[in-house]
Design a protein around this ligand. Structure first.
Ligand SMILES: Cc1ncc(COP(=O)(O)O)c(C=O)c1O
Length: 415
């Protein structure tokens, strides 16, 4: 007898999540040949926590253990976050702002991911559209796609150190545009926006009457000539919602502790009902573990500056190795040297390769022949580019890039 069930999965979920970094990396990794005696070199991920050079500080580990042992954080927290955590994040971020954030401006979330989910859900309404960067972080496309929230893309300009194409922002927007997203330091480009450029972003958004969502999950991971400037600095020009977490700076993405912060000295977000909606969203979602929230004040206070220095120096060294080695591979060009985050975008010149169809084909064959995993640019919005992660042990990175060079030499068109 044929079985009959009245339920089925929501197909829109599989559609919305069709292009995720993890999904595309899995597709690439299926090609790894099991019998290569050499270690696999992962240059596609965004989580270096497994590498010895990127181990978090023991002081952060101690803070979490102490929070657990105190037995003060075994219960449910408030849906907006426990007061000590909200205060700690407000103080931490205020250090770089011209005004002081209040704990009420801070909402604790499950990593930066839930903060993004919250703000996208809060802003969505019928016919609204949101402006997203290209290349970008595909979670935004997945989340807006699933919510039927129209996404329009503005380019980041490789010839201008990946600055936002502000003319495109203006021409894409209309009366239904509600917000624009910037990611700084940048994933996937490894760029760091300068103060003047961020100010122009703020002025453009002000002119258009839209909110700026500043994804600063890679805050302070900068190692070039441009220092990290938080978008909240321009909160008096335009309201800014900053999203962040301890995932990247402390290299503990598994701890799942993040925040959503309103930088809004004029109280526009309260007046527009955005703050009430954020609270509404958090009331119907789950919260980050209470003990990680309990630990965050100590994590901020106790982390020695030499931990940050060590991580940033390792990233600088790796970024340099990456940039230098890429110059030696004729089919790759890197338009600008990475100055922040953990990634760089490199352009693939297919015309000098013999049997490579596109970026995905390049990555699949590279995985198969050289046991090196790289993310096809298509996954982040740029076809026939590659996103290379340099946040791995410098020696493995060097090995990985040398293998890419031999891959090139094998596949180069004969003159
Ligand atoms: C640009 C960007 N935003 C947000 C996130 C998510 O951060 P979290 O792990 O804290 O949820 C990531 C993670 O890779 C990211 O690259």
């Amino acid at each position: 007898m044929e079985e009959k069930w009245r339920f089925k999965g929501n197909e829109e979920l599989s559609q919305a999540s069709a292009v995720t970094v993890r999904g595309v990396l899995n597709m690439v990794m299926e090609n790894l040949s099991g019998d290569d005696p050499r270690p696999v070199i992962p240059l596609g991920h965004g989580d270096p926590s497994a590498f010895p050079s990127f181990r978090t500080t023991t002081l952060a580990e101690d803070a979490v253990c102490a929070a657990i042992r105190s037995a003060k954080f075994n219960g449910y927290g408030s849906t907006v976050g426990i007061p000590s955590a909200r205060r700690a994040v407000a103080d931490y971020l205020s250090k770089d702002l011209p005004y002081k954030l209040s704990p009420d401006d801070v909402f604790m979330t499950i990593g930066c991911t839930q903060a993004l989910e919250a703000i996208v859900t809060v802003l969505n309404r019928p016919n609204a559209n949101i402006l997203l960067p290209r290349p970008g972080f595909p979670y935004y496309e997945a989340r807006t796609g699933f919510s039927h929230f129209e996404a329009r893309h503005f380019d980041l300009l490789p010839e201008k150190d990946w600055e936002v194409d502000l003319d495109a922002v203006e021409s894409l927007s209309d009366e239904n545009t509600v917000a624009m997203v910037i990611i700084n330091p940048g994933n996937p480009c490894g760029n760091v926006f300068k103060y003047e450029h961020l100010k122009k972003v703020a002025e453009t958004a002000r002119k258009l009457g839209i909110l700026v969502i500043a994804d600063e999950v890679y805050d302070h991971l900068t190692f070039g000539s441009s220092p990290f400037v938080p978008m909240g600095v321009f909160g008096s020009i335009v309201p800014v919602v900053t999203v962040g977490s301890i995932s990247k700076r402390w290299i503990v993405p598994g701890w799942r502790l993040g925040w959503l912060v309103t930088n809004d000295p004029h109280g526009i977000l309260i007046k527009q009902g955005v703050v009430a909606s954020i609270m509404g969203f958090l009331n119907i979602s789950s919260d980050p573990a209470t003990f990680t929230q309990g630990a965050v004040e100590q994590i901020f206070e106790n982390t020695p500056s030499d931990f940050f220095d060590k991580i940033v120096n390792t990233l600088r060294e790796s970024a340099e190795i990456c940039y230098d080695r890429v110059q030696e591979i004729p089919c790759l060009t890197c338009p600008s040297k990475p100055e922040g985050s953990m990634f760089v975008m490199v352009k693939l010149n297919l015309s000098i390769l013999d049997d490579i169809k596109d970026d995905l084909d390049f990555c699949r064959k590279l995985a198969k022949e050289e046991s090196v995993v790289v993310l096809p640019g298509d996954a982040v919005g740029l076809k026939n580019w590659l996103r290379v992660t340099f946040a791995i042990e410098p020696s493995s990175l060097d090995d990985g890039l040398r293998r890419i060079k031999s891959f090139y030499q094998r596949h180069a068109k004969k003159q």
